[in-house]
Design a protein around this ligand. Structure first.
Ligand code: PEP
Ligand code: MN
Length: 336
C-alpha cells in the first residue's frame, strides 16, 4: 500500500497513522522525494484502506499489490515526464533521441559531434568518461577533465549531457557537469550506488543488467525512487543469451511489458543491444514501434578509429539518415 502524506502532516497525526498501521501488522518505510512524502506499508494484503483514508495528514491511499510499488503503474497511471531543465523532457509523450560517442575522446571530437547534433535538433548527447571495460587494457576514459569540456561545449549549445557514473564517490565530482547520470548494465544492481543516486535531484538513466530480469530492473528503480529521487529513466540495452551471432539480444518484449508495468519512461539502446552497426537502424525503428519513449545511439565522427565500440557506432552520415527514418516512424506510431 502507498499512502501519500500531506506535506504539512503534524507529528501527532503521523504517530496516530503509524499506530493504526502497527495494529494491522504493517511494516512501514517513509519516503520523501522531490514531489511528495509517502509511506510504504508492506505486509497486510487484506486491509480496508478506508480505515485510514480520512485521517488528517493523509492525502491519498492506494492498495498496490505489485512488488515494486512506487514505480508501479497501478499507483501512478499517467506516464512520468522527466524534466531535464530548459524545456527538455524525457517521457510523457515526447520521443527522445540521445546520441553521441561511446567514449568522450577529446575536445575536438565533442565540437564536431555537438555541432552535428545541434544542426539536427538533437538536444541530449551521450559520452562516457569513466568506461567499464571487460579488459583492463582497453581505453578506460578521459575522466573528470573530459567531462568538464564535454559539459562546457554542449551547454553552450543548449545540449544536455548524459554520462556514466560507476561509483558512489564520483557522484559529487560529476554533479556540476552532468544533466543525467547513467547507471550502466554492470552496475544495475550496485545497491549502494542506487541508494546514493536516490539522494540527489538529478535524473538517472538506469540500464538493465547484462543478465538482469525485468523484476530486477524494477527493483533497482524502486531503490532510487524510495531513496528520494523520482527522476528515473529505464533503458533496455540487450541481455546475454545463448545467441552468439550478435553482442546482446535486444529484448523489445521488455519495452512493451515495462510500459504496462511502470509509469517511468523506457528508452532503448540498440547500439549495445545489437553490437553491430548494420542492425542499429532496423532495431531503432522496431523500438519505436514497441512503444519506447526514446533511443540512445552510439555515433562517432570516424567509427573505424573509435577508442571504444566503433563496430556498433554510426557515422554522422548514417546517423543523419537514421534520424529521418526515426521521425517518419514516430509519426506513424503516433497515428496508430
Ligand atoms: C555505455 O552506454 O557506454 C555502456 C557501457 O553501456 P552498458 O552499460 O549498457 O554496457
Ligand atoms: Mn559503448
Amino acid at each position: 500500500m502507498i499512502i501519500q502524506l500531506n506535506q504539512q502532516i503534524t507529528s501527532d497525526d503521523y504517530k496516530q497513522l503509524l499506530s493504526i498501521l502497527n495494529k494491522y501488522n504493517f511494516n512501514t518505510k517513509k519516503v520523501r522525494t522531490q514531489l511528495g512524502i509517502y509511506l510504504i506499508a508492506l505486509g497486510n494484503t487484506e486491509f480496508d484502506i478506508r480505515i485510514i483514508g480520512n485521517l488528517k495528514g493523509v492525502k491519498d491511499v492506494h492498495a498496490v499489490n505489485d512488488k515494486h510499488k512506487l514505480v508501479s503503474r497501478k499507483w501512478k497511471t499517467s506516464p512520468t515526464s522527466i524534466d531535464l531543465g530548459d524545456n527538455h523532457y524525457v517521457g510523457g509523450g515526447d520521443f527522445s533521441i540521445i546520441a553521441g560517442p561511446c567514449s568522450v575522446e577529446n575536445e575536438a571530437q565533442i565540437h564536431v559531434i555537438s555541432d552535428f547534433l545541434k544542426e539536427k535538433e538533437i538536444s541530449i548527447m551521450r559520452g562516457g568518461v569513466f568506461k567499464p571495460r571487460s579488459s583492463p587494457y582497453s581505453f578506460r576514459g578521459v575522466g573528470i577533465e573530459g567531462l568538464q569540456y564535454f559539459a562546457h561545449v554542449c551547454h553552450e549549445k543548449n545540449i544536455k549531457i548524459i554520462s556514466e557514473v560507476m561509483q558512489e564517490e564520483m557522484i559529487q565530482p560529476m554533479y556540476p557537469y552532468v544533466d543525467i547520470f547513467q547507471v550502466g548494465a554492470r552496475n544495475s544492481q550496485n545497491f549502494n550506488l542506487l541508494d546514493a543516486l536516490g539522494k540527489i535531484d538529478k535524473p538517472v538513466l538506469l540500464k538493465r543488467g547484462i543478465s538482469g530480469t525485468i523484476d530486477e530492473l524494477l527493483y533497482s528503480a524502486e531503490y532510487i525512487f524510495s531513496g528520494g529521487n523520482e527522476k528515473i529513466i529505464l533503458c533496455e540495452r540487450g541481455i546475454r543469451t545463448y545467441e552468439k551471432a550478435y553482442r546482446n539480444t535486444l529484448d523489445l518484449n521488455a519495452v512493451a511489458l515495462l510500459k504496462e508495468k511502470t509509469h517511468l519512461p523506457v528508452i532503448v539502446d540498440p547500439s549495445h543491444g545489437t553490437g553491430i552497426r548494420e542492425l542499429v537502424e532496423p532495431m531503432t525503428l522496431a523500438s519505436i514501434m514497441s512503444g519506447a519513449d526514446g533511443v540512445m545511439l552510439e555515433m562517432h565522427q570516424d567509427p573505424q578509429n573509435a577508442l571504444s565500440d566503433g563496430q556498433q557506432s554510426l557515422s554522422l552520415k548514417q546517423t543523419g539518415s537514421l534520424l529521418e527514418k526515426i521521425n517518419a516512424t514516430v509519426t506513424l506510431h503516433k497515428k496508430m
